[in-house]
Design a protein around this ligand. Structure first.
Ligand code: 0GY
Length: 296
């Protein structure tokens, strides 16, 4: 088995997070997290743009229990390309407490999809972040959608705010549920009421098949981990406007972070600042993810 060496500037996940002050409600779902390898068991993809540290299913499940989540949605990370084996192994060993989002190519077979469905996969991710992948033409993704829609799966899209206008026609042509990662990665140094974030809000407003993860303050913030203050107005606005179409998650093990590695306990505390009533927190953490990922 290959012996992978993580990137020289790779920041490892925090093995000793603090206990969150915010007590998660029963049934809470961490709807955005990943597993990496372990590389000697589940090799990283040759076409990957980064080589991470290992982050195994058992380490993820231990974090879930420590933070007080009940379940996980494990999103295929680009370092594994279209080989979903590590993610599928994790959801298969979760006792029904994890569902998955896969990355597939347009020639994926119906039997591969059906095996993944049986394991607990409920969607595919289209990644447009150029430092992570080389995006394919729209036709390629349409071919995938035709194959996954009959299974009741949805599409997760990851893109940078500056690329939304270019992707608009393709995104709005999708008839499945579409979940946007990290609010479309807004530049939070800009005005929350400015034109860039307004375009993302318009996408959500005009297309009620769109959902958003209000995730990744650690990735978006320029003020840093002390509350991630600059991200709060953006995430709060999305939760307030679209309470039935939002999801939360840790993004553990936090791929490609530069600068600081977050304390996952503090990321849980962030949730209380963006979902400011018990009802909003129940929708964000329990009702919405269970409706989307555990409907069958
Ligand atoms: C994320 C963020 C990133 C990476 C990936 O699949 C991935 O490699 O998702 C990132 O580097 O922005 O959403 O977890």
């Amino acid at each position: 088995m290959p012996d992978f060496v993580k990137d020289a500037d790779w920041l490892d996940w925090d093995p000793n997070p603090t206990k969150p002050k915010f007590i998660l409600p029963p049934g809470a779902v961490d709807a955005h997290c990943h597993v990496f390898g372990p590389g000697d068991q589940f090799p990283f993809a040759p076409e990957r743009k980064y080589t991470p540290c290992d982050a195994s299913k058992n380490q993820l499940f231990a974090l879930r229990d420590f933070l007080g989540f009940e379940k996980n949605v494990i999103v295929q990370a680009t370092c594994h390309g279209t080989d979903n084996a590590a993610m599928v192994d994790a959801i298969r060993h979760s006792n029904g407490k994890a569902r998955g989002i896969a990355t597939v190519s347009n020639d994926v077979s119906h039997s591969e999809l059906s095996d993944m469905h049986e394991a607990g996969v409920r969607g595919v991710r289209f990644n447009y972040v150029k430092r992570l992948v080389d995006p394919e033409p729209d036709a390629y993704y349409h071919q995938i959608v035709e194959k996954i829609a009959p299974l009741g799966w949805h599409v997760v899209v990851y893109f940078e705010a500056a690329d939304l206008a270019e992707r608009w026609n393709f995104f709005t042509s999708l008839k499945t549920t579409v979940v946007v990662d990290h609010m479309g990665r807004p530049d939070v140094t800009k005005d929350v009421n400015g034109p860039e974030f307004a375009l993302f809000l318009r996408l959500m407003q005009e297309h009620d098949n769109f959902w958003s993860k209000v995730t990744c303050p650690e990735r978006l913030s320029s003020t840093g981990p002390d509350g991630y203050d600059d991200v709060v107005p953006f995430a709060k606005k999305v939760v307030d406007l679209f309470p039935d179409r939002v999801l939360s998650g840790t993004d553990w093990p936090h791929p490609n972070l530069k600068g600081h590695m977050p304390d996952d306990g503090k990321l849980v505390d962030f949730i209380e600042r963006v979902a400011t009533s018990e009802e909003l927190r129940r929708k964000l953490l329990v009702d919405n993810p269970n409706r989307l990922y555990w409907k069958d």
